[in-house]
Design a binder for this molecule. Sequence first.
Ligand SMILES: *[C@@H]1O[C@H](CO)[C@@H](O)[C@H](O)[C@H]1NC(C)=O
Ligand SMILES: *[C@@H]1O[C@H](CO)[C@@H](O)[C@H](O)[C@H]1NC(C)=O
Ligand SMILES: [Zn+2]
Length: 494
Amino acid sequence: MNCPRIPLILLLFSSVHGFQYTNLANYVDSHQEEYVEALREWVAVESDSSNILKRSELHRMMELTAKKLQQMGGSVNLIDIGNQELPDGQIIMLPNVVTAQFGNDSDKRTVCIYGHTDVQPAKLEDGWATDPFNLTEINGNLYGRGASDNKAPVLAWIHAVEAYKSLNMELPVNVKFIFEGMEETGSNGLDAMIQSHRDTFFSDVDYIIISDCGWLSRKPALTYGTRGNCYFFAEVEGPKQDLHSGVYGGTVIEPMTDIIGLLDTLISPSGKILIPGIREAVAPLSDEEWKMYQDIQFDLDSYMSKIGVSQLMYNNKVDLLAHRWRYPTVSIHGIEGAFSDPGTKTVIPAKVIAKFSIRQVPNMEPVMVKKQVTEYLHSMFAKRRSPNKLKVTMVIGAKPWIADIRDLLYEAGKAAVKRVFNTDPDLIREGGTIPIAKTFQDVTGKSIIMLPIGGFDDGLHSQNEKISRYNYIEGTKLFIAYLYEVSQIKKSSV
Ligand SMILES: *[C@@H]1O[C@H](CO)[C@@H](O)[C@H](O)[C@H]1NC(C)=O
Ligand SMILES: *[C@@H]1O[C@H](CO)[C@@H](O)[C@H](O)[C@H]1NC(C)=O
Ligand SMILES: [Zn+2]
């Protein structure tokens, strides 16, 4: 009814200063060979953070990362995060954390993008079809260790900023980067670095963005939760040394029999956790959540064939996704001290250590889980009336992370996906753990979004890891669009 007339001058202004997505997307398309070359250069650096013999490569990787950001005119810092003590007592230097800043206009929002440029180990002999450190393109896929986890996403973010700068377009938001080199081995030193920079580097940050995960299908996705993990050692100790099973078998109560009996009390064959209190702590599945899972595109048959099984724990999509993302589970990983070489040694191990973990979800608390598991195992052990000694320790207690999908960061994500892919994203969770998300949330108090560009079949940590050229290039456009969409969140609305 009341239609205000917009002065012509304002229309002209907005056409010049509005978001010129097409120009930026064209720029990305015409520079894609350079982006692939940049990825080739990074993949060639064997920045394996788990192998101390590769530490110089890891240092070189952090320097390359810093150099790239410096060349783009960012204000860049290499931050010394101290040393690492190895199990043998040797002390080696941790790779520097790289931070960078582009723009510091106090009228704009400030986003901080986290990524990592270290990788998992890889060897051709492990069963790779191509040299893992020589990026190789086959049928539109770029194969190489670290291609998807996390070098291409980090480069895509850098190229997104570079595209704005090269076209002399103002960045819609101030951009900060924080790139580490120890993610694959537990982000050693990063928690302390985040703590100590809370009132400096992080003080003006409004939002944190993490792109260290993948889509669920061929459809783009926004990730709003990850499971945590409580990792346990259960040790049963009996005789003072290993015994001959012919000479002593039948006369002693064997630690291995005890531990296997105990492990069998953790979870039922149908996947029900038997430790009292755990299932009760899990947040109930809401109707909205159920509907969201129902709408997600996910094919159980291709999931089964990908992992090579003929049956799953649940045979419908909603239950399967829910148990992958939002319910806890127990996994038994191995028994140390057990005779594991091929052959037929007839030993009674004197001491065995079982390793198992429980994936954490809201509203489980690691301290409670520790208590519940310890008390339960001791009570089950008491029933066995064994003279052996049981010791239970929790060695990792990583909390789950969950975002509110009504947060405007997710609205911005939906708008960016719509603009680039002309579809709505799936809202998904990750079954695995990204502990740094919880640290960012707890220390900085900022809201976080996980904005993945990796494909569902990228093979992270596995042989033949890859990212598709499509995901890498369109992902760069997604990041460009996201920087704009996030700038549209009004300061007063948060
Ligand atoms: C912040 O702004 C000042 C003044 O415009 C400028 O001199 C400085 O280089 C900027 N710093 C960063 C990190 O962009
Ligand atoms: C990488 O692979 C290509 C194709 O097989 C080969 O031509 C090239 O020499 C390799 N580069 C390195 C550094 O090994
Ligand atoms: Zn990663």
